[in-house]
Design a protein around this ligand. Structure first.
Ligand SMILES: C[S@@+](CC[C@H](N)C(=O)[O-])C[C@H]1O[C@@H](n2cnc3c(N)ncnc32)[C@H](O)[C@@H]1O
Length: 276
C-alpha cells in the first residue's frame, strides 16, 4: 500500500533528524527544534517582526526556536509553555534578553498586558482545546502592544506535513485514502511501532491521537478543527485584520482550497498573521 512505502522522501529525513534527535530532549532542542530553519527563514525571519522587538513565543516547549528569535536581533524574548520538562530545559539557555516561564497566556497577561510587539506561536493552537481557543486568542490580543502582530503556525491534523505525523504518513493526501477514525488509528499504530523500537521519544508510549490529553506534561492532544472553523474564531476575535495562507501545498491545491474552503480534501496547514 502506498501509505507504507518507506522509499517516500520523508523517510530519509525522519531517519536522520527525528530518530536521532529524539533520544533526549537536549538533542531534540539542538537539532530538530532549532533545525526547522528552512521554514523559519522562509516565513518568520522578517526584520519588521523580529528586529528590536519584544517577542513572545507562546508554547515554546524546550525553547530552541525562542532562542533563534532572540538571536535575530530581538530586544527581548519570552517563551512560555505549560510543560515542566520543556521549560526546565529551556531555562538553561536564559540570558538577559531571553526568559522562559512555565505559565499560561492568561496568567502572563496579568503582568505583561500590552507588552509584546510580536507573538509567535509555532504549532501550538492545534493542540489547544476547542473551548479554550477563544480565550487564548483574546489573551494574544491583550498581550500585544498597539499595532502588534501575532503569527500562528497551525498544523492541520490531516496534513502529511503537519500535526507531527510527517514520518508516519507516506501519502501527501491521507484524507483521500482514510476516514478520520482510520487515519488517527493508523497514526497511533505507527507511533506505537516507533516507540517499541525506542525510536520516537517526543510522544510517550501509549500516546494516542484519539484519547490521550497530553504527552506527559506536554499538552499535545489535537483539537482537529477544520481551518475554516479556526478562521471563524479568529474573525470573531478583536483582531482588526487577519491574513492567512497555506504553506504546505502546491499552488493548484491552494486554488482548489480557496474555491472549496470547507472541503477537508484540499485543506492543509496554515500560517496566520493577526494584526491588532
Ligand atoms: C507541538 S509543541 C510545539 C512546541 C514548539 N513551539 C515547537 O515549535 O517545537 C506544542 C506545545 O504547545 C504547548 N501548549 C499547548 N497548549 C498550551 C497553552 N494553552 N499554553 C502554552 N503552551 C501550550 C505544549 O505544552 C507543547 O509544548
Amino acid at each position: 500500500m502506498g501509505l507504507i512505502n518507506k522509499s517516500y522522501i520523508g523517510w530519509d529525513r525522519f531517519n536522520k533528524s527525528i530518530i536521532n534527535s529524539h533520544q533526549d530532549l537536549e538533542t531534540y532542542r539542538a537539532s530538530y527544534d532549532m533545525g526547522s530553519l528552512d521554514f523559519y527563514d522562509r516565513y518568520i525571519r522578517r526584520e519588521s517582526w523580529l528586529y528590536n522587538k519584544r517577542i513572545l513565543d507562546l508554547g515554546c516547549f524546550v525553547g530552541g526556536k525562542t532562542q533563534l528569535f532572540s538571536e535575530s536581533g530581538a530586544k527581548e524574548v519570552v517563551g512560555i509553555d505549560l510543560s515542566k520538562r520543556g521549560i526546565k530545559i529551556a531555562k538553561k539557555y536564559e540570558n538577559e534578553k531571553l526568559k522562559y516561564y512555565r505559565t499560561s497566556s492568561t496568567e502572563l497577561k496579568k503582568e505583561y498586558k500590552g507588552y509584546f510587539d510580536t507573538i509567535i506561536s509555532f504549532t501550538v493552537f492545534e493542540h489547544i482545546q476547542k473551548e479554550l481557543l477563544p480565550t487564548v486568542i483574546d489573551d494574544c490580543y491583550e498581550l500585544l502592544s498597539k499595532n502588534g502582530i501575532c503569527i500562528i503556525v497551525y498544523n492541520f491534523f490531516y496534513d502529511k506535513y503537519g500535526a507531527h505525523v510527517e514520518h508516519c504518513i507516506y501519502h501527501p493526501f491521507p484524507q483521500f485514502l482514510l476516514q478520520k477514525k482510520h487515519y488517527l488509528e493508523y497514526c497511533d499504530k505507527r507511533l506505537e511501532e516507533f516507540h517499541k523500537k525506542g525510536l520516537y521519544g517526543y510522544f510517550p508510549l501509549g500516546y494516542s491521537y484519539c484519547k490521550n490529553t497530553h504527552n506527559e506534561d506536554c499538552y499535545m492532544e489535537l483539537n482537529r478543527l477544520m481551518s475554516f472553523k479556526f478562521k471563524k474564531l479568529l474573525r470573531e476575535s478583536k483582531f482588526k485584520k487577519i491574513e492567512d495562507f497555506q504553506y504546505s501545498r502546491s499552488e493548484f491545491v491552494k486554488l482548489l482550497f480557496n474555491t472549496f474552503p470547507k472541503s477537508r480534501l484540499f485543506e492543509s496547514s496554515h500560517f496566520y498573521i493577526l494584526y491588532k
